[in-house]
Design a protein around this ligand. Structure first.
Ligand code: HEL
Length: 426
């Protein structure tokens, strides 16, 4: 069950050609010539991918309670794959690198891209009040679109209360269908966390509002806009917004929620509406599609250069070596390299999806469990292995991770930004 399957190969379709015009909304997924497996996986200045290191991190996640874990790295046409454990505890089907999964808050980057495209189209002003577009929605006219996309609105995160008890909280909403307005109202029951723009305070409410902006400005459901602007042009064959449907289409990993009580059995959380998250976290995707998406975004093929620069205007966020732009995280790795993308935590799945500054190397890594802070922090190690190679510090970090301790998030793990509620930090 813990044996790792690792493949290095080539990919067709992983590299998109630059677009002709700006804004680059109609990104082309023209297939490049396949590269040979022996081709250099990275530019001379980039450390070689440490696939054995990635595999070691995945194995650690298994030892810490994840039924399965996998990662895929796309580097200039060369693909590195690793998968360990099982996708399905019932059938014991092995985890596959091509399995689909729920990406949680990586959805936020997709939503931000749609809004930045609308800025390119002059339909939206980042510094305008949200209430200009959605009159009366928010209790403060000073909250701007930029505050929403940078988690600086002060709107309380209603999921803090919703998932205070992980399993019963989840079961209470598993089949529910919320309207976005209902979710905003849930948030507004609690005082705001800060004045508009004052500080970073991560909140799902922001990206529910972002989805409402998409729907108001385009006149279409967010699903249509994801499809027409990102999924279709990039040929993302594994990416779906099924809300309020509950199932993951096609071959997918099942997701297992770790109960708060140590030793209690994992809860299969695969089927759910994810209506509590919607445009803040309900997308389904695959490691290949996430790498294609982030490579296209960082490569400047989804927005104009000006709007990508807006997404990359970094503000301090919680945690060292981390910053937040607009729907985009920056993480500074042990070797001094910074990577750009997002993380996701939805019941049953932890995701890391990051790319290099030029988008030419991208990693997506997934464990099919959640509410297990140890696994979440262990999976962070895939970034160092993918982007730093075998540096001494990465090896040290991997060693520390391997000895990090027990599941259920009680171990002395590295502090993670915006930790999902009730995951223990010390
Ligand atoms: S949390 C995060 C991650 N984001 C945020 C969002 C997402 N996910 C959620 O808000 C779900 C929270 C509940 C998840 C649940 C579990 O682990 O399955 N936890 C509990 O129920 C705890 N009581 C900031 C980590 C992100 O990386 O952006 O995705």
């Amino acid at each position: 069950m813990t044996s790792a399957r690792v493949v290095v190969g080539t990919v067709a379709g992983a590299v998109l050609l630059p677009l002709l015009a700006v804004p680059a909304h109609a990104a082309s997924a023209t297939e490049p010539a396949a590269r040979s497996a022996s081709a250099s996986p990275s530019a001379p200045s980039s450390p070689a991918v440490d696939l054995a290191g990635v595999r070691g991190v995945l194995r650690s996640a298994l030892a810490q309670g994840a039924p399965g874990a996998m990662a895929r790295i796309d580097d200039r046409g060369t693909v590195f794959r690793a998968a360990v454990g099982v996708a399905d505890r019932g059938s014991e089907r092995a985890m596959g690198e091509a399995d689909r999964f729920r990406i949680g808050s990586v959805t936020k980057t997709f939503t931000a891209v749609v809004l930045l495209q609308l800025v390119d189209e002059k339909k939206l002003n980042l510094d305008a009040p949200v209430n200009r577009y959605l009159p009366g929605l928010l209790p403060d006219d000073r909250i701007t679109v930029r505050h929403i996309l940078g988690h600086r609105s002060g709107l309380y995160d209603y999921t803090n209360d919703m998932f205070a008890k992980s399993v019963s909280g989840f079961e209470a909403v598993r089949k529910r269908v919320f309207t976005p307005t209902e979710l905003v109202k849930l948030s507004l029951r609690t005082a705001r966390t800060n004045a508009p723009g004052a500080v970073y305070s991560y909140s799902n409410t922001n990206f529910v509002v972002a989805g409402m902006l998409v729907e108001k400005l385009t006149g279409h459901p967010v699903r249509t806009e994801y499809e027409n602007r990102i999924i279709g042009p990039l040929k993302l064959r594994d990416t779906f917004y099924v809300h309020p449907g509950m199932t993951i289409p096609g071959r997918h990993a099942r997701g297992y929620l770790t109960p708060d009580q140590a030793g209690a059995p994992l809860v299969d959380a695969t089927e759910q509406t994810v209506s509590w998250a919607q445009s803040a976290g309900a997308l389904i995707s695959s490691s290949r599609d996430l790498n294609t998406f982030l490579s296209a975004l960082l490569g400047g093929r989804l927005t104009s250069a000006a709007q990508l620069a807006q997404m990359e205007r970094w503000m301090p966020s919680s945690g060292s070596g981390q910053a937040y732009g607009l729907g985009l995280r920056r993480r500074d790795l042990s070797c001094g390299v910074s990577v750009y993308g997002h993380t996701g935590a939805v019941q049953g799945f932890y995701t890391y999806a990051f790319a290099s500054k030029d988008g030419k190397r991208a990693l997506a890594a997934v464990a099919n469990t959640s509410n297990n802070g140890t696994v979440l922090n262990t999976m962070l190690g895939t970034l160092d292995s993918a982007f730093c190679g075998k540096t001494a510090k990465a090896a040290e970090a991997a060693k520390a991770t391997r000895t990090a301790g027990a599941p259920h998030g009680k171990a002395p793990v590295e502090r993670h930004e915006d930790m999902a509620p009730a995951v223990t930090l010390d």
